[in-house]
Design a protein around this ligand. Structure first.
Ligand code: XUL
Ligand code: CO
Length: 437
C-alpha cells in the first residue's frame, strides 16, 4: 500500500530551540521524568473516530477534510485500508495506543450478522498491524448513539428491543476488543438520558442502564476479558440530560447499583467544562473515589458553548492534569487519548500531525512542570500546614470519631473564638506561576 502521508517524516524530538513545525520541542518519548519514561507517563492514544473518520462537518456545513487515501465508500476494503493508515500515523507520531468505536473502524450493515462480519474483517487488519508494529489498543467501545434506532437511547431506550440490540452490539465490540488485546472498554452514554421528562421514566431507565453494565461485566468474565471498564461522564449533548453527567453523578450511580468494583472513570476535559466544572475538579473528584482510570484529552472554547473537542495546548491545564495523574501514582490501564479534532478550516492531512504534536508537547511541558512543583514541595507543605489543626489534639480526635456535639460545645465554651490563617490564594498562584516556564 502506498504511504498515506508521503510528505511527512517520522516526528522526532528536536528540543525547545527547534523551529521545525514537524518536530517535538518537549515530548521526548524515552526521556525519563522522575524515573519513568515520558511515553509510559502518558500512554498517548489516537481517537480513531476523529483522526480517521471525522470529515469536519459542523452544525452549519458539510465536511471539508481532504483524506486522499479514503475513497469515500463504506466498503470493507476502504475500511481495511483506513486501518492501515492509522498505523502509519501512529508510527510517524510515535504514539503507542489507539481507541475506537466499532462503527468507526467498520461499516454498519443492514443486519447485525453482516455488521459483525464487516467488523471481523477489519479487526483482522487491526490485529495484523498491531503485531507488525507493536502498537496497542487502549480501549474499545461501541457506537450506541449514531444509528436512528438509538434516537431514544440504547440501554435506556423505552424499547426493550433496542436494549437487546445495544446489548448484542456491545457483546461483539467487547469480543473484538478482547481479541485485539484491548486494555480497556469504555461506556459513554451519548443517548443514555432524556430529551424531555414528559415522556420519561427516569428510575426505570437508570435501572436498565445498571442492568446493562452488569451484563457487560458478566460477559467479560465469560470470555476472559480482564481489561478495565470505564464510564465517561458528560452532562448533555446530544441528549438534554445525560445520566452520566459528571464524576459525582457517575459515582453515585455506580455505588447505588454495586458497580464500583467494575468501572472506573474516563474523564474528558470538554465534558467537565460542559458540566460547569474544571477538568481539575473532575480529576480530584475521581481520585477521591479511587476511580480515575483514563483521560480523554482535549479542550473546549470559552466562547463557544458546545463540545468543540480541540487539541489541548494550555500549559496550565496540562500541568493540573499531570499533577493529578502523578499524585495518584500514574496510569495503570488507562492513558491520555486525544479525543480531539482539528478545526474545520484545518483540512489537510498534515494538520493531523500539527494537532497531535501540539497536544503531546503541551503534555510534556505539563509533566515537567508538575514534577518540578512536586519536587519543590512548597505547595504541598503549604496545603498540609493549612490543615494542621486536624493532625493532633482536637482535630485528630474528631477525625477518629472520638467526640460528639456535646464535647465540641464544651471545647468552644472554654477556648472561645477560633483564629484562622489566610488561605493565601494569590501567593499560591504566584508560586505555581514560577514553574510555568
Ligand atoms: C463524545 C465522546 C465519545 C467517547 C467515546 O463526546 O467523548 O467519543 O469518548 O464514545
Ligand atoms: Co471522549
Amino acid at each position: 500500500m502506498a504511504e498515506a502521508f508521503p510528505q511527512i517524516p517520522r516526528i522526532e524530538f528536536e528540543g525547545p530551540d527547534s523551529k521545525n513545525p514537524l518536530a517535538f520541542k518537549h515530548y521526548n518519548p524515552d526521556q525519563e521524568v522522575g524515573g519513568k519514561k515520558m511515553r509510559d507517563h502518558f500512554r498517548f492514544g489516537v481517537a480513531y473516530w476523529h483522526t480517521l473518520r471525522n470529515g469536519l462537518a459542523d452544525p452549519f456545513g458539510g465536511p471539508t477534510a481532504l483524506r486522499p487515501w479514503d475513497d469515500g465508500s463504506d466498503s470493507v476494503d476502504n475500511a481495511r485500508n483506513r486501518a492501515r493508515v492509522l498505523f502509519e500515523f501512529l508510527d510517524k507520531m510515535q504514539i503507542d495506543f489507539y481507541c475506537f468505536h466499532d462503527r468507526d473502524v467498520a461499516p454498519e450493515r443492514n443486519d447485525l450478522r453482516a455488521s459483525n462480519e464487516a467488523l471481523d474483517q477489519v479487526a483482522e487488519v487491526l490485529l495484523e498491524e498491531q503485531q507488525r508494529t507493536g502498537k496497542k489498543l487502549l480501549w474499545g467501545t461501541a457506537c450506541l448513539f449514531a444509528h436512528p434506532r438509538y434516537a431514544q437511547g440504547a440501554a435506556t431506550s423505552p424499547s426493550a428491543e433496542v436494549f437487546a440490540y445495544a446489548a448484542a452490539q456491545v457483546k461483539k465490540a467487547l469480543e473484538v476488543t478482547h481479541r485485539l488485546g484491548g486494555e480497556g472498554y469504555v461506556f459513554w452514554g451519548g443517548r443514555e438520558g432524556y430529551s424531555t421528562l414528559w415522556n420519561t421514566q427516569m428510575k426505570r431507565e437508570l435501572d436498565h442502564l445498571a442492568a446493562f453494565l452488569h451484563m457487560a461485566v458478566d460477559h467479560a468474565r465469560k470470555i476472559g476479558f480482564t481489561g478495565q471498564f470505564y464510564i465517561e461522564p458528560k452532562p448533555r449533548e446530544p441528549s438534554t440530560h445525560q445520566y452520566d453527567s459528571d464524576v459525582a453523578a457517575c459515582m453515585n450511580f455506580l455505588r447505588q447499583y454495586g458497580l464500583t468494583d467494575h468501572l472506573k472513570l474516563n474523564i474528558e476535559t470538554n465534558h467537565a467544562t460542559l458540566a460547569g466544572h474544571s477538568m481539575w475538579h473532575e480529576l480530584e473528584a475521581a481520585v477521591a473515589n479511587d476511580a480515575l482510570g483514563s483521560i480523554d484529552a482535549n479542550r473546549g472554547d470559552e466562547l463557544i458553548g458546545w463540545d468543540t473537542d480541540q487539541f489541548p495546548t494550555d500549559i496550565m491545564l496540562t500541568t493540573q492534569i499531570m499533577l493529578a495523574v502523578l499524585r495518584m501514582g500514574g496510569f495503570t490501564t488507562g492513558g491520555l487519548n486525544f479525543d480531539a479534532k482539528v478545526r474545520r478550516e484545518s483540512h489537510d492531512p498534515e494538520d493531523l500531525f500539527h494537532a497531535h504534536i501540539g497536544g503531546m508537547d503541551a503534555f510534556a511541558r505539563g509533566l515537567r512542570i508538575a514534577h518540578e512543583i512536586l519536587e519543590d514541595g512548597r505547595w504541598q507543605d503549604f496545603v498540609k500546614q493549612r490543615y494542621a489543626t486536624w493532625d493532633s489534639g482536637l482535630g485528630a480526635r474528631i477525625e477518629a470519631g472520638e467526640v460528639g456535639f456535646e464535647d465540641l460545645e464544651k471545647h468552644v465554651l472554654q477556648s472561645g473564638e477560633p483564629t484562622l490563617a489566610s488561605g493565601r490564594q494569590e501567593m499560591l498562584e504566584n508560586l505555581i506561576n514560577e514553574f510555568i516556564r
